[in-house]
Design a protein around this ligand. Structure first.
Ligand code: MN
Length: 733
């Protein structure tokens, strides 16, 4: 192919002029010259390079700068960095050159962009480490990630020219990381485009299918929207509002998600589009104006009471403000209506870009945004050694919807949906979390694992004697609480191991084994323990004892004889006698060494039919055979299932949940608690009662020894006047 160099030069200049036009509004004295300089440096640096499409490479940095100016609203420094963003990585230009030409700040941002250019995907932990780097750099200067988003957007727009495997890889990363980031930064337009393009390259068939159907249904949709808004236009004008009203189809990606998660067809999705009303309003009057519009619309169309969302009184943490309602439109169709002001609309669509325009009024939003960055920094300060797990936690917090809960004094806290009382405690303060024993939610006592709901008022109960337990990790979902608990458990283990070290030293000396690193390591290997700390820890808990040392001595005398301990436990063999007093359960044939935990999904107690399940990283968990998760575990992971059997022992109590229903007789709660306290050795952990129209429903968590003990209690509770039914429940409360 013949390339017309002169024509290309003209085109490059044309594109540069368009860029300058896009930033014109914000240019101050001298800015134009700096941008021109960056442009010339970039042209020179990339002059030999071409994109996969055959175009001059410089088209790409110019396009990225254009997006930064037009769609993100970055200032001169951002534009300069966007023009130079690929130079240090891909050309002979060095970071020092950039620093010399454009100063410290530009060099710092370019450095960040170069560092995070490594590939991020969701398949390996090396990439997980890169992911952390992205976030770390991002929290240094937000422009790094904004330029990176623009870079990604342009690459996605021009992805057609890449090879198929590259397309899939880049598109997956986009859906995995960049689209959620854009969402969090409030860049709705960019987020939507990234998602749609991401889908286009990862699931071509689904994308084409939805795109075609949207196109086909367009005339019908337009007709309906017209019919819907016609009368509203009239009334809103009469009332003196200056407004825009229009219908907007949902993005292809969000329709795709709905089809997938709700198992519906395209035709069955009723909210394929939403009506948006954008009104001009003074900042002080925004809220009341929006509600006035709401009132006008619902005078005309009947609203669904469950579908009112007020993001104006309580904006989302990415700054989103809007009033959403769903009304019954013509032809018996539900229609979502979004009401907002011009300012809110601008911020929702363009996020950061719009902040410049509304600086004063958006001060609070800026604050929220800063808080969000702060949380990211916090997460990064306590990185998990397991980077993949860190990503899971982080993504959970990035993706999940949020809810608002209140302290007793009425301060609002934002938590991801699904967060528990314990998450809330750690949100308040690490010390509060560590000593949390339970909470009062809306004045009702609940355990620390209680899942919170939006609007809850939560008071945390603490005790100085409390400290984090292993099981706590199952009760929390926020990255913050998880990392704090893990750190604490690690410290606890370390302290216990310190004590264990002395115990081990004394024991070994009795057997004339010198306490040297070499011997300790040998002993660890012999017991197949990962570290000496683990050995000392177990010594302190007495789970490594004299018998182990005797075996070890024999092994040292005759190393070739295979030690008994090293044999893999055979699942089918079952030992039926317990040695340790606290061993309530025997598992496989290696009963001494196997720690187990009771699964919180079904809370087994002695007497229940149980099985053990070997988890990754958390040892063996005991489930009831009729646990709701049992089928899945037994069918998919049969090889990880071990037999387990209870050993008779009455010393330990186990937690079980009961649901009691009946009629609301006077004193019934009192009578129920009396029965429980009269029962031998039963302790109550929590109790919750709800009454509704003469009926009551209660849940009680009690500590019992076994099923016999529990059944006895159930029988007695059934005798209480007014009680209709008493049922054991699976979940923890
Ligand atoms: Mn680039």
């Amino acid at each position: 192919m013949q390339i017309d160099i002169e024509a290309e030069k003209r085109e490059i200049l044309n594109r540069y002029k368009l860029l300058i036009k896009a930033c014109k509004r914000r240019l101050e004295k001298g800015d134009k010259e700096i941008i021109r300089k960056a442009f010339e440096v970039a042209v020179e640096a990339h002059k030999e390079m071409r994109r996969k499409s055959g175009e001059p490479y410089i088209y790409h940095p110019i396009a990225v700068a254009q997006i930064c100016a037009e769609e993100i609203g970055l200032g001169t420094t951002g534009i300069v960095c966007a023009l130079l963003h690929d130079t240090v990585e891909d050309t002979d230009l060095s970071l020092d050159d950039v620093k010399g030409l454009f100063g410290e700040k530009v060099a710092q941002i370019i450095d960040g962009l170069t560092k995070i250019s490594g590939v991020i995907d969701n398949t390996s932990s090396i990439q997980a480490e890169n992911f952390r780097k992205v976030l770390l750099t991002m929290s240094e200067d937000i422009r790094v990630i904004l330029i990176k988003l623009a870079d990604r957007l342009h690459n996605m727009r021009t992805l057609d020219h890449m090879k198929r495997d590259k397309q899939i890889k880049i598109a997956s990363e986009t859906l995995f990381l960049y689209a959620p980031l854009a969402h969090r930064l409030g860049l709705n337009t960019i987020k939507t485009e990234l998602e749609d393009l991401g889908l286009k390259f990862t699931d071509v068939a689904a994308y084409t299918d939805i795109a075609t159907k949207l196109k086909e249904s367009e005339p019908e949709r337009k007709r309906f929207i017209q019919k819907f808004i016609e009368p509203l236009k009239e009334i809103l004008s009469e009332q003196g509002f200056k407004f825009k009203i229009f219908g907007r189809p949902k993005s292809i990606y969000s329709i795709f998600n709905k089809i997938k998660t709700k198992h519906v067809t395209f035709e069955e999705i009723y909210d394929i589009f939403a009506i948006r009303i954008v009104i001009d309003s003074h900042f002080e009057q925004e809220k009341s104006d929006c509600w006035k519009v709401y009132s006008i619309i619902t005078d005309f169309y009947h609203p669904s009471p469950e579908r009112l969302r007020d993001w104006i009184s309580t904006p989302k943490s990415n700054g989103y403000e809007s009033l959403h309602t769903t009304v019954m439109g013509p032809e018996g169709k539900w229609v979502e209506v979004q009401i907002r002001t011009t300012r809110m609309d601008d911020l929702a669509e363009n996020g950061y870009a719009a902040h410049w325009k509304y600086k004063e009024s958006a001060a609070e939003k800026e604050n929220k945004f800063e808080n969000w960055l702060l949380r990211i920094r916090e997460m990064l300060e306590n990185p998990d050694p397991n980077a993949l797990e860190f990503i899971d936690d982080f993504k959970l917090n990035l993706f999940s919807d949020e809810m608002f809960v209140f302290t007793p004094k009425g301060d609002m806290k934002t938590l991801p949906v699904g967060a528990t009382a314990l998450d809330f405690a750690f949100e308040i303060h690490t010390k509060v979390g560590e000593h949390c024993i339970g909470a009062k939610v809306n004045h009702k006592l609940v355990p620390l694992s209680h899942e919170l709901a939006s609007g809850d008022q939560v008071e945390i109960l603490t005790s100085s004697k409390q400290s984090p337990k292993d099981g706590w990790l199952e009760y929390v979902i926020t990255a913050k609480a998880k990392s704090k608990i893990k750190n604490c458990l690690k410290d606890q283990r370390k302290r216990i191991a310190e004590d264990g070290k002395e115990i081990m030293r004394r024991k070994l000396e009795k057997f004339k084994i010198e306490f040297t690193t070499k011997n300790i390591n040998q002993f660890c290997n012999f017991l197949k323990l990962p570290s000496s700390q683990e050995l000392f820890y177990r010594a302190a808990l007495n789970s490594v004892d004299v018998n182990d040392i005797k075996e070890f001595v024999k092994f040292r005398e005759n190393p070739n004889k295979k030690p008994k301990k090293a044999e893999a436990p055979k699942i089918e063999q079952l030992v039926t006698s317990a040695r340790g007093k606290t061993d309530m359960l025997v598992i496989g044939d290696d009963l001494q060494k196997l720690d187990y935990k009771l699964a919180p999904c079904c809370n087994p107690i002695p007497g229940d039919d149980v099985f053990g399940f070997i988890t990754i990283g958390e040892g063996i968990k005991i489930h009831r055979v009729n646990c709701p998760n049992a089928i899945k575990l037994l069918s998919n992971y049969a090889y990880r299932v071990v037999k387990a059997k209870w050993v008779n022992d009455q010393l330990i109590s186990f937690l079980a949940g009961l649901k009691i229903t009946g009629t609301d007789e006077i004193g019934i709660v009192n009578n129920i608690t009396k029965v429980i306290s009269n029962e031998n050795n039963v302790n109550m952990r929590s109790i919750n009662f709800d009454t509704d129209d003469g009926l009551f429903e209660g849940t009680i968590m009690v500590y019992v020894h076994d099923t016999k003990h529990l059944n006895h209690l159930i029988a007695n509770l059934k005798k209480v006047k007014g009680v209709n039914n008493v049922q054991r429940i699976d979940e923890k409360l």
